[in-house]
Design a protein around this ligand. Structure first.
Ligand SMILES: [Zn+2]
Length: 268
């Protein structure tokens, strides 16, 4: 049996997986209700990031329980979806992009599984798995969508939207899109040696680039874009290679930890 592929996303995504529902207990608390089924003949798991009925705001999502729970089920690959605002004015609402890098401006979230020993410094020189990004891009091409894949995502704390001055700052730093759920999810997945990539849909222009921002508008754009997003997701899952030879995500801890027990044994 091949390891299952997980999708973390909003409620619209749930429709692509039908199957058994399960909650996994973790040291960080329970996961939301997961749906375990098949997509393109492969075992797939859907995790609703914000819980059922979208009740957890971005800064209260239990990212550690979510990633731990998926790891516990044998997941080696995660494709995450995010609603984002466009900072890059060559992008427009309704467009779907594949982020290539991530700026973390979150403040209150538990961002690591390694709060103590062994001290662990994970490498995020390439925060998103290149193999998964390629699979998503190629699924986009099959659907006649040329998905931009050179976009830097900035992740803010929320739950409020950003101010125009904050958006100008993020633009100066190279941010092309802004959302509230990209971090620490991507980093936690890397700490668990899980391949992770995002597929982001642009629901609005960021603050200062359109008159006002409304959560309703974001929700409506999500519904509009949902169908094509789901199509690309399904295709992408079919295109993910069976083995993980094309990336180093599965070996992320090999060079990341200080004072590993085996090193101690050698030096004593
Ligand atoms: Zn990978």
């Amino acid at each position: 049996m091949k390891p299952p592929i997980a999708i973390i996303g909003g409620s619209g995504v749930k429709s692509i997986i039908k199957g058994e529902e399960k909650i996994i207990g973790t040291p960080y608390g329970p996961t939301p209700t997961l749906t375990i089924g098949q997509v393109k003949g492969r075992e797939a798991i859907y995790l609703p990031r914000h819980g059922e009925g979208h009740t957890a705001p971005p800064h209260k999502v239990n990212y550690r329980a979510n990633i731990w729970g998926l790891k516990n089920l044998g997941v080696e690959r995660i494709v995450a979806t995010n609603a984002v605002g466009a900072i890059d004015t060559t992008l427009s609402p309704g467009e779907i992009v594949i982020p290539s890098d991530l700026i973390d401006f979150t403040k209150s979230r538990r961002g690591t599984f390694y709060d103590g020993s062994p001290v662990t410094h994970i490498d995020v020189s390439e925060p998103y798995c290149p193999t998964l990004r390629h699979a998503i891009a190629s699924a986009g091409s099959d659907n006649k969508k040329n998905l931009r894949n050179d976009i830097v995502m900035a992740c803010t704390e929320g739950p409020r939207y950003e101010t125009p001055a904050e958006i100008r700052m993020l633009k100066t730093l190279g941010g092309g899109i802004v959302g509230m759920t990209g971090a620490p999810e991507a980093f936690l997945a890397r700490e668990q040696e899980i391949c992770y990539a995002s597929i982001s849909f642009i629901s609005n222009m960021a603050a200062g680039l359109q008159r006002t921002l409304s959560a309703k508008e974001v929700e409506e754009k999500g519904r509009e874009t949902g169908q094509i997003l789901n199509k690309i997701l399904i295709e992408a899952i079919g295109k993910i290679p069976d083995t993980r030879e094309g990336c180093s995500c599965g070996r992320a801890l090999a060079q990341a930890q200080l004072n590993k027990p085996e090193v101690k044994e050698q030096t004593c």
